[in-house]
Write a protein that binds this ligand. Structure first.
Ligand code: ADP
Ligand code: MG
Length: 238
């Protein structure tokens, strides 16, 4: 089954009298378990595409299917539910809640979904181990480094066990050593936990952690190719 199927996707933004055609007739698909790197110049529509795929915004025309289900068939409530349970998002600036500690930030999607966070204690412990912050669960974001904050955001994206995780420039705010560590964590999440990952990135090195590349220029796909295993040499720097 395909994780994502996009057909004839267009996105236009209308501001005042101006209409900007940002995504132009995109058609592509992503297999389950893929790790896709969306690349392209600034302003080429990468984030716009990511937000459409994750249901944060709506297409002007065309269809997006996640796990075979057309996103346009979801009513508002079902869409919010989908976003809390089937999809995870990780952003460049982490987007953590500053007055909540690490564990409450991670459990936020669970709480917002109306579930009892106590039932997630085992899962929480497991995820804290995976991200390497088991001893930091009571700290608040401002007591953590950038890399640690991004790890918390990653844990929050994982807690509801989504199938697909969307990453928008996830290492864009980190130094290269920390960025590399975070990219290795994503590789683990892709390979060991079998999550489909879609990342937007400026960095060639970060892109090479993926299994395929989609290159956008001016809202059009100019390349969609698999990344050769040889390029995934573990020595590649982030
Ligand atoms: P990228 O992530 O590739 O840098 P974006 O997808 O953020 O590019 O933006 C692509 C273009 O769409 C830019 O010209 C941007 O100004 C425009 N754009 C993005 N979001 C909106 C919006 N909500 N309203 C109007 N224009 C937007
Ligand atoms: Mg962007």
């Amino acid at each position: 089954m395909k994780a994502i199927e996009v057909n004839g996707l267009n996105k236009k933004f209308i501001t005042g009298k101006e209409e900007a055609h940002i995504l132009k007739n995109l058609t592509f698909s992503v297999e389950q378990g893929e790790f896709v790197s969306i690349m392209g110049p600034s302003g080429s529509g990468k984030s716009t595409l990511l937000y459409l795929l994750g249901g944060l915004d709506k297409p002007s025309s065309g269809t997006i299917k996640l796990d075979g289900k057309d996103l346009s068939s979801f009513k508002k409530k079902a869409m919010s539910k989908l976003r809390r349970t089937k999809i995870g998002f990780v952003f460049q600036f982490y987007n953590l809640v500053q007055n909540l500690n690490v564990e409450d930030n991670i459990l936020l999607p669970i709480i917002l979904d109306g579930k009892n966070p106590k039932q997630y204690e085992k899962k929480l412990k497991e995820i804290l181990e995976v991200i390497g912050l088991a001893d930091k669960r009571k700290l608040t974001p401002r007591e953590l480094s950038g890399g640690q904050q991004q790890r918390v955001a990653i844990a929050r994206a994982l807690i509801a066990e989504p199938d697909i995780i969307f990453l928008d420039e996830p290492i864009g705010n980190l130094d290269s050593k920390t960025g590399k560590e975070i990219m290795e964590l994503f590789r683990t999440i892709n390979v060991t936990y079998k999550k489909t990952l879609i990342q937007v990135t400026h960095s060639n090195n970060a892109a090479l952690y993926g299994t395929s590349i989609i290159r956008l220029v001016d809202g059009e796909i100019v390349e969609h190719s698999e990344i050769a295993l040889a390029a995934m040499d573990s020595s590649c720097p982030a």
